[in-house]
Design a protein around this ligand. Structure first.
Ligand code: ASP
Length: 582
């Protein structure tokens, strides 16, 4: 028997008990006459003591040979510690070791296996198995497990059935690029890894499963923006005989349940905001509503003076930064530089100081008098002591820039509190999105999303104005879930492919299986998918999803531990009938 107890469970109640522990050596303090060893496993740390007066010499000799991360087994008696450590559950006791076994030696680890480590990210990823021994990483994985279990239990209780869907499927355009897998047995043909189980879950509805979920890996071959992974996990769900309202209510329920069970917070308010409103008020389809700083559109009050920058702009828009009048000139100049960085891309920023005495001082005083600036303050909701930041230009770009500034300022002001949760449904997304590169419309969500009732005709006349039965669940400025009510009628689906620029043949070749299924009695259905990695990170009060993934990839999509992707040898290529064209 390797152990009678874990390293996290012995307390004063166990004093005099004879125990066997196994684990890793975290630290060794050799004082000559006495040696202390901190023994670690997943459950905690227990102190071992080897004492020249009480421990046999051969055992002491063995203890002197120990190094960090050695795997050992110790048999001994639980005794009261002379100097107690109130910070850990086992802090009142130590084990007076009688027998010691070195189960495995260890090379000196390349970084310290402690909560605060000296290892940089790349090094820790290369030795991720050592990183996982560190409490913060270990605890994140345990946290993720807890969230996943709550999801499973909740959905099962609500009658959802977890069904697995295949990973080797057919390449279909769902938005991103597919990862493809060559088929050895079918020369010249390829599988694709699913970007999501979208069509399969719809087919499960046709198959009568009624309520489906799956915690499932999805694969998208995208250029990796910050904190994205080429493979990620979704909580994927679909329901039959539902309308948008049913989906929103069900998954509001799941989110409430998680916030309560995991974070101990009761969130009752799940406001709904249309996409158009979100863009107008926050410049963003996933607004963080934990704080105000809403956009105030200033065209009416700022144009038609002599300030040409504003006059020629499609949109002039500002936010009031609470307490921002205390910024020094240098701090404001820094903000201006910040919005002018290429990542944000603004040409400049106009600001107005709202003085305590009710007067205003702006960077455009030449063009605007006190009454003008007062009107700006009213529109942006600025109070005495605030700073109004104003950007202008083309509508979409300006909104995106001001949204970035709003988030940055909120972070700096400490308004994005990790332990505060403000969910929000964003609804009525546009069905289509114009793509400048290909000069055509793409489905904003995916091609299976149904337009709002009665809007099919609008597709002919004003496709950009058609709204979809699509919704996103936003939490603290992050999209944590998104879905839609689907098309379940073959003729409508076929028409949709037409609008999206698929020829009849292409549509049949790529989605024939789905449209055929729709001919055999497809129920009305809809669903949603949550990004589990992001959800877990937010519930865990952290920013990066990598920290909650056991073996993540880096920003170039590489696993630096196993060194993937990698080339394959000629024989493998030949078997797959592949020739490299490098
Ligand atoms: N399959 C969709 C996605 O991955 C989610 C859904 O519509 O249910 O975004």
């Amino acid at each position: 028997m390797f152990r009678t107890h874990t390293c996290g469970e012995l307390t004063a109640a166990d004093i005099n008990r004879k125990v066997t522990l196994s684990g890793w050596v975290q630290t060794i303090r050799d004082k000559g006459f006495v040696i202390w060893v901190d023994l670690r496993d997943r459950y905690g740390i227990t102190q071992l003591i080897f004492d020249a007066e009480r421990t046999q010499e051969d055992v002491i000799k063995k203890a002197q040979k120990l190094g960090r991360e050695f795997v050992i087994q110790a048999i001994g008696t639980v005794i009261e510690r002379a100097s107690k450590n109130p910070n850990i559950p086992t802090g009142d006791i130590e084990i007076l070791v009688e027998e010691l076994q070195i189960l495995n030696g260890a090379k000196l680890p390349p970084f310290t296996i402690e909560t605060e480590t000296d290892g940089g990210e790349e090094l820790r990823m290369k030795y991720r198995y050592l990183d996982i021994r560190r409490a913060p990483v270990r605890n994140n994985l345990i946290f993720r497990h807890k969230v996943a279990q709550h999801v499973r239990n909740y959905l099962s209780q609500k009658g959802f059935i977890e069904v697995e869907t295949p990973y080797l499927i057919k390449s279909t355009p769902e938005g991103a690029r597919d990862f493809v897998v060559p088929s050895r047995m079918n020369e010249g043909q390829f599988y694709a890894l699913p970007q999501s189980p979208q069509t399969f879950k719809q087919l499960l509805m046709v198959g009568g499963m009624d309520k489906y979920f799956q915690i499932v890996k999805c694969f998208r071959d995208e250029d990796l923006r910050a904190d994205r992974q080429p493979e990620f996990t979704q909580i994927d769900c679909e329901m039959a005989f539902v309308e948008q309202e049913d989906i929103l209510n069900n998954f509001e329920g799941l989110t409430k349940h998680l916030l309560k069970e995991i974070n101990g917070v009761e969130v009752t308010d799940f406001p709904r905001m249309t996409y158009d409103d979100a863009m107008k008020r926050y410049g963003n389809d996933k607004p963080d509503i934990r704080f105000g700083m809403e956009f105030g559109e200033l065209n009416q009050v700022a144009q038609h003076k002599d300030f040409n920058v504003f006059n020629s702009a499609e949109l002039v828009v500002g936010i009031a930064v609470p307490g921002g009048n205390s910024y020094t000139r240098k701090e404001i100049d820094n903000l201006i530089d910040w919005v002018k960085r290429p990542q944000i891309g603004s040409l400049g920023m106009v600001y107005v100081r709202c003085n305590e005495d009710g007067s205003f001082k702006s960077s455009v005083d030449k063009f605007y008098d006190q009454d003008d600036l007062k009107a700006w303050a009213e529109v942006t909701g600025a109070k005495a002591g605030d700073l109004i930041c104003v950007l202008s230009g083309e509508i979409d770009k300006t909104r995106a820039q001001l949204s970035a500034l709003r988030m940055e300022l909120a972070s700096r002001l400490g308004l994005r509190k990790a332990n505060e949760f403000a969910p929000l449904w964003v609804i009525d997304f546009p069905l289509l999105e114009w793509d400048e590169e290909t000069k055509r419309y793409h489905a904003m969500h995916h091609p299976f999303t149904s337009p709002k009732p009665g809007q099919m005709e609008l597709l002919e006349t004003n496709p950009g104005a058609v709204k979809a039965n699509a919704y996103d669940l936003v939490l603290n400025g992050n999209e944590i879930g998104g879905g839609s009510i689907r098309i379940h009628d073959k003729a409508v689906q076929s028409k949709m492919f037409d609008y999206l620029g698929f020829t009849k043949e292409e549509a049949q070749a790529q989605f024939g299986f789905l449209m055929n299924a729709f001919e055999y009695g497809a129920p009305p259905h809809g669903g949603i998918a949550f990004g589990l990695d992001r959800l877990v990170a937010i519930l865990g009060g952290q920013e990066t999803i990598r920290d909650f993934i056991a073996f993540p990839k880096n920003n170039s999509g590489r696993d630096v531990m196993i060194d993937a992707p990698a080339s394959i040898d000629k024989q493998q290529l030949d078997e797959l009938h592949l020739k490299l064209n490098l």
